[in-house]
Design a protein around this ligand. Structure first.
Ligand code: 5AD
Ligand code: SF4
Length: 456
């Protein structure tokens, strides 16, 4: 019997992981595993995991627990765990979860088809968690248009076909004391500009209009393994990419404030298709805590960079990440973070309770805070930020924004949904529109997480 094989991929965590899942999906399609949305139909299940915070990791284990029944019914099912939990746990993961056939670290995802083959032939579990300090991201040719841009796939894929992520670097050399990334994704490594240009040019040829350049710290793009500049700088890369025909919107994420240069700030004044949105994780408003976090900037440095960005691009929307309850955080330290919210007035903030992560320095720090204190601080911070976000979104009322249409709004109310240049979701009434089309929308109402409007 020659039945069609199916694969199912579940992704946790960051955009880096989403891109890795896309790549694994393409590798699986090349090995004749068609994607399915129904986990029960799958012959191969890939769980691409995140271990950035305790909560993210717990979600992975609870999904694995739920898969036991499925594997019991279908012993030939191959379960693969990839990403940061795989890297971190390695062999221990297979010992704890014997249903897992393949454990694959973030630098090893390209070997997925090979290892699936080994499991099918030998029946033995496979482990690949090598993390090389001189790892190079392989060239990856994007698929041909016929493979990606079908109407059917549009609907189900997490990102519309006109929007793509492109990895430009991965890994991290910064060693913030709370962060697991240097241990799970290894040292920083940048892709050659020619590879990046070729990938984006091919994407543009397929009709992609918006590209987000991805890396753990894109601002330090271009360095070789010895830390010296090997390629070109990030601002130079941005200028090159912005000139590719067909790329209407250019974004990037994530940035470390210490590496945000004046050259990069100038890009916002000079590059037309560079979108006015900047995600600049601050983590804390207290210099004492920033020091304990090993962030290598002060709040004064941070505020000066925010000011400089707003000087060149007054319409820039700033978002950030904040950790509350870092070991040793006093009431005064927390108040300094609250004060920062007032000074910057972020358009949005992702905020988290500190959690211990394996191998990180902060695990051994004293003065850990009670969970209750962390929860209280998180809720105070989020309540205040929600008010600020709403106020900031209301400032768009009566303005006309260029919206790139993503599709019909999920509410099923016949509305359309898209994003502004500053990356805010906008829902609006309109006639027949095409995903990827740019339209002018007059904003009628600013809400907490989105805007409402009407075609202008
Ligand atoms: N505890 C809580 N939040 C964390 N983050 C990273 N590590 C931790 C941790 N140990 C947050 C940071 C980072 C975001 C991706 O996750 O705010 O910017
Ligand atoms: Fe999570 Fe960080 Fe790994 Fe991304 S790199 S999946 S955020 S732990």
């Amino acid at each position: 019997m020659n039945s069609i094989k199916k694969s199912y991929i579940e992704t946790f965590g960051c955009q880096m992981n989403e891109r890795d899942s896309e790549i694994m999906g393409l590798l699986l399609s090349d090995s004749d595993y068609l994607p399915t949305e129904d986990i029960k139909q799958a012959d191969v299940i890939v769980i691409n995991t995140c271990s950035i915070r305790e909560k993210a990791e717990q979600k992975v284990y609870s999904l694995l627990g739920r898969l036991k029944k499925l594997k019991g019914k279908k012993p030939s099912l191959i379960i693969s765990v990839t990403g940061c939990v795989a890297q971190q746990e390695g062999k221990k993961l297979q010992a704890r979860m014997p249903l897992v056939d393949i454990v694959l670290g973030p630098q090893q995802i390209y070997r997925l088809p090979e290892l699936i083959n080994k499991v099918s032939v030998k029946g033995a579990a496979q482990l690949a968690v090598g993390l090389s300090p001189t790892f190079e991201i392989p060239k990856y040719a994007p698929p041909s248009p016929a493979e990606t841009v079908t109407e059917e796939e549009h609907k189900d894929s997490p990102e519309p076909a006109f929007k793509r992520f492109v990895t430009i670097m991965q890994g991290c050399n910064n060693f913030c004391t709370y962060c697991v990334v240097p241990y799970t994704r290894g040292r920083e490594t940048s892709r050659a500009p020619e590879d990046i240009m070729a990938e984006i040019t091919a994407l543009a040829d397929q009709g992609v209009k918006e590209v987000t350049l991805l890396g753990q710290n894109v601002n330090s793009y271009g360095r070789g393994h010895d830390g010296s500049l090997k390629y070109i700088t990030f601002p130079e890369l941005l200028r090159k990419v912005s000139g590719i025909n067909g790329i209407e919107r250019l974004r990037f994420t994530t940035s470390h404030p210490k590496d945000l240069s004046t050259e990069l700030i100038d890009c916002f004044a000079e590059i037309d298709n560079l979108c006015p949105h900047f995600h600049l994780p601050v983590q804390s408003g207290s210099n004492r805590i920033l020091k304990r976090m090993n962030r290598k900037y002060s709040i004064e440095d941070y505020l000066a960079k925010v000011e400089a960005l707003r000087q060149v691009r007054p319409d820039i929307a700033l978002t950030t990440d904040i950790i509350v309850g870092f070991p040793g955080e006093t009431e005064d330290d927390f108040m300094a973070t609250m004060d920062l919210l007032e000074k910057v007035r972020f358009q949005g903030a992702y905020s988290f309770k500190y959690s211990d992560r394996p191998q990180t320095k902060a695990v051994s720090f004293d003065s850990k805070l009670d969970d209750q204190v962390k929860s209280e601080r998180l809720s105070i911070l989020q309540s205040r930020q929600n008010i600020i976000s709403l106020e900031e979104n209301r400032k768009y009322e009566n303005s006309v924004q260029t919206i790139m249409v993503e599709g019909e709004s999920k509410n099923g109310d016949g509305q359309w949904s898209g994003r502004s240049m500053s990356n805010i979701i906008v829902n609006f009434a309109g006639s027949v529109l095409v995903p990827g089309q740019s339209v002018n929308v007059r904003i009628t109402e600013g809400l907490l997480h989105s805007l409402r409007g009407a075609l202008a």
